[in-house]
Design a protein around this ligand. Structure first.
Ligand SMILES: Cc1cc2nc3c(=O)[nH]c(=O)nc-3n(C[C@H](O)[C@H](O)[C@H](O)COP(=O)(O)OP(=O)(O)OC[C@H]3O[C@@H](n4cnc5c(N)ncnc54)[C@H](O)[C@@H]3O)c2cc1C
Length: 398
């Protein structure tokens, strides 16, 4: 049952009593009457505060997508850059394969641009079929043609589930596709399962600042759409001998209101791709300032890695946002993650806890980071890091 909370304008006197009752700031005044906005989380706090009883709840009428049963198959949008399929697409094929086997349905990869060789790779990574549109309009990412073609394909072929990477490309165009086909979209899922009783997709992701894991379902509309950040899922099995079908899609009536003149790759140290390195030396408020990060950088360089940071360090302005790890930063899973002066708040942990080995350096023995650490060093990072650097240099020079 879906509940809607609303203000009955005939009873509202505009007294504004309800405004402070909402912990989500979801009530505002419109034309001298209270109005409940889309930020309402259905907590019902406001129901009892209105002296006139003007705030009411009712069962909302959900207009279902007709014939949900017609929607079949699981699609993975295989994002490419410069013709090369992104790793996140292979990770999605891993989870997509598992879901397809549970539902006993077909796994389809959708590839815009790129080459037939890359389409064949998608089959080896688990797709049963690839819908490949090699049109040159897809050479560079551009919202308009991406939105147009994916929407057309979904309308014509009716997939039950559509997955894409929560990358700048996926985040940019997928919400527009979801809006056009009148369905929901759950961003940044950390886990995807099939509900045995209903066959619905359970879309699991952190909510309320990472303090709870929410399971989101889309029971009344199709397709069920979700994005997953890179490196959250593991790739499936690569099978050189796997066979599948590649269907070439002709792009018709595609247009673009913008023209990409050229793409410039950022080369500064700040742009280092944390999601691709094997070692990350990450610093938090305990690092004490921008100078402290030089020590972390020295260790990262020695280990062939990169420097990460907590939000506290980024907010202090000690290091650019592109280094931030966590819920509102990057999700990483390196072989080695060294957390220096980071307390281990849940919002940081969700971004790094799938690292293979975690080493924590913190002067507080009760810091929560030690709960996820494989090795913990209790002490001052300014004393420990120089010792570590010295020892690694000694080992390296034999
Ligand atoms: C919606 C939301 C999203 C968020 N997103 C993120 C996110 O993406 N990433 C993120 O990191 N945070 C995020 N946060 C913030 C998060 O809640 C924490 O505030 C943040 O992670 C704390 O950073 P910190 O561990 O560096 O700082 P603190 O919590 O202040 O911890 C500093 C630690 O350093 C230790 N220390 C101090 N001096 C030394 C020393 N000399 N040697 C060794 N140890 C020392 C202390 O013992 C302490 O444990 C988010 C918060 C919210 C509400």
């Amino acid at each position: 049952m879906v509940i809607r909370i609303y203000v009955d304008r005939d009873f509202c006197t505009g007294c504004e009593n309800c405004l402070d009752s909402c912990p989500y700031d979801a009530i505002e005044m419109r034309d001298e009457r209270a109005f409940i906005t889309e930020y309402c989380q259905l907590c019902r706090n406001c129901l009892s505060v209105c002296p006139e009883g003007a705030i009411k709840e009712e069962e909302a009428v959900v207009k279902e997508t007709p014939d949900l049963g017609k929607y079949k198959g699981i699609w993975v949008f295989a994002e490419q850059r410069n013709g090369k399929v992104a790793e996140v697409a292979l990770e999605l094929l891993g989870v997509g394969r598992r879901l397809a086997e549970t539902k006993k349905t077909e796994l389809v990869a959708v590839l815009f641009g790129s080459t037939e060789e890359e389409a064949e790779e998608l089959i080896r990574w688990g797709a049963d079929r690839v819908l490949h549109c090699p049109d040159p309009i897809f050479e560079h990412f551009n919202d308009d043609p991406y939105v147009e073609l994916l929407t057309q394909l979904i309308r014509d072929r009716k997939p039950e589930i559509v997955l894409a990477g929560a990358t700048p490309i996926g985040r940019s165009f997928l919400p527009r596709v979801a809006a056009r086909v009148h369905t929901g979209l759950t961003a940044d899922c950390t886990s995807l399962e099939i509900e045995p009783e209903t066959g619905n997709l359970l879309q699991i992701r952190p909510a309320f600042g990472g303090n709870i894991m929410a399971t989101i379902v889309c029971p009344h509309h199709r397709p069920q759409m979700a994005t997953v950040r890179p490196r959250v899922m593991k790739k499936g099995r690569y099978d050189d001998s796997r066979k599948g079908e590649i269907e070439t899609i002709r792009a018709e009536r595609l247009y673009s209101r913008t023209k990409v003149l050229r793409t410039v790759k950022e080369t500064s140290q700040a742009s280092v791709n944390l999601q691709e390195v094997d070692v990350i030396v990450s610093g938090g408020r305990g690092v004490g300032g921008p100078e402290g990060f030089k020590l972390l950088e020295a260790l990262a360089v020695l280990l062939g890695g990169a420097v990460g940071a907590s939000r506290a360090a980024v907010d202090e302005g000690w290091i650019p946002y592109s280094h931030q790890v966590g819920q509102t930063g990057k999700t990483v899973s390196p072989k080695l993650y060294i957390a220096c002066g980071i307390s281990g708040a849940v919002q940081h942990l969700v971004g790094m806890q799938s690292s293979d080995i975690v080493v924590a350096i913190n002067k507080n023995p009760d810091a929560p980071i030690f709960n996820v650490a494989d090795y913990g060093i209790v002490g001052d990072l300014h004393e420990i890091l120089p010792l570590l650097i010295k020892r690694i240099k000694e080992i390296k020079t034999g």
